[in-house]
Design a protein around this ligand. Structure first.
Ligand SMILES: Nc1ncnc2c1ncn2[C@@H]1O[C@H](COP(=O)(O)OP(=O)(O)OP(=O)(O)O)[C@@H](O)[C@H]1O
Length: 248
């Protein structure tokens, strides 16, 4: 596994008015790894994703991509272009459009409307779309409208829409929420196939069986603080974690 740090978060504090959503949080996420963020509702997991993607500005602390890009000072579009892809919990695919066209739009993301309509995809971009269709298992469904897909397939399409940009950091918010058992199983395989020495994967998920299967390291948040960190096995037997989260 590569030892290079992808995301470096140091002494992070986020307050909403008088409420501390994240307090003195320090985390290092390396390339090659798959990290899970777990913790009870309101622990600060979504807020952390919002900070990493530039949606929320921290009150203090460092948030770096590759040790050089200070994410706390950049806008959402620039952060997305720099290689951070985020899948929100609720799929936001274009329901009326076929699967392949959703991916084509994702390739053109960031272009103005005029350029979007006028520009033709390059050979490399077309090839990338084909590769992604295979990765997400939707090559047979390429002409189907996204609205006709199952919930699980929509989630995979949304992940595919991030993959066309070959993200260095992939943030996945509750990827298996609402999925059938078979779809969750397929998502475990999908995430395994996305692992690479050039990519860090961060998953927020409440399904502990899923976390156990996809993550090398688990960081447990509670009331905005880091409560524990380690393998799922270590976290499972950590008394503080059992008390506030897993033992409930
Ligand atoms: N924009 C905001 N304004 C005020 N409070 C906020 C804001 N965003 C989040 N919070 C609060 O910050 C705390 C952390 O919320 P966050 O959504 O990060 O938790 P979470 O760990 O993602 O929880 P869940 O598992 O329920 O998604 C919560 O108490 C929430 O109400």
């Amino acid at each position: 596994m590569s030892q290079t740090i992808a995301l470096y978060i140091n002494g992070l504090n986020v307050r909403f008015g008088g409420f501390a959503a994240i307090t003195d949080l320090t985390l290092e996420i390396r390339y090659g790894e798959s990290r899970a963020l777990i913790g009870p509702n309101g622990a600060g997991k979504t807020t952390l994703m919002d900070v990493i993607t530039g949606k929320t500005r921290p009150n203090s602390g460092e948030v770096f991509l590759d040790r050089k890009l200070d994410l706390a000072t950049r806008g959402e579009a620039e952060i997305a272009r720099s290689g951070i892809g985020r899948k929100f919990q609720k799929p936001s695919v274009f329901e009326a459009l076929p699967v392949a066209q959703n991916l084509e739009l994702a390739v053109r993301r960031g272009l103005g409307w005029g350029e979007m309509v006028m520009s033709r995809l390059s050979v490399a971009q077309r090839e990338r779309i084909e590769e992604v269709l295979v990765t997400i298992g939707l090559q047979e469904d390429r002409q189907r409208k996204a609205a006709e897909l199952s919930h699980g397939q929509k989630q995979w399409l949304e992940i595919g829409m991030l993959l066309v940009a070959e993200p260095k950091v992939l943030l996945l918010d509750e990827p298996v929420a609402g999925m059938t058992e078979a779809e969750s199983e397929r998502t475990v395989e999908l995430i395994a196939s996305l692992r690479s020495p050039d990519r860090a994967i961060v998953v927020v998920e409440h399904d502990m069986e899923f976390v156990d299967r996809v993550a090398d390291l688990v960081s447990v948040l509670h009331e905005g603080r880091l409560l524990g960190e380690g393998s799922m096995q270590a976290v499972r037997t950590n008394p503080k974690v059992i008390q506030v989260y897993l033992g409930r």
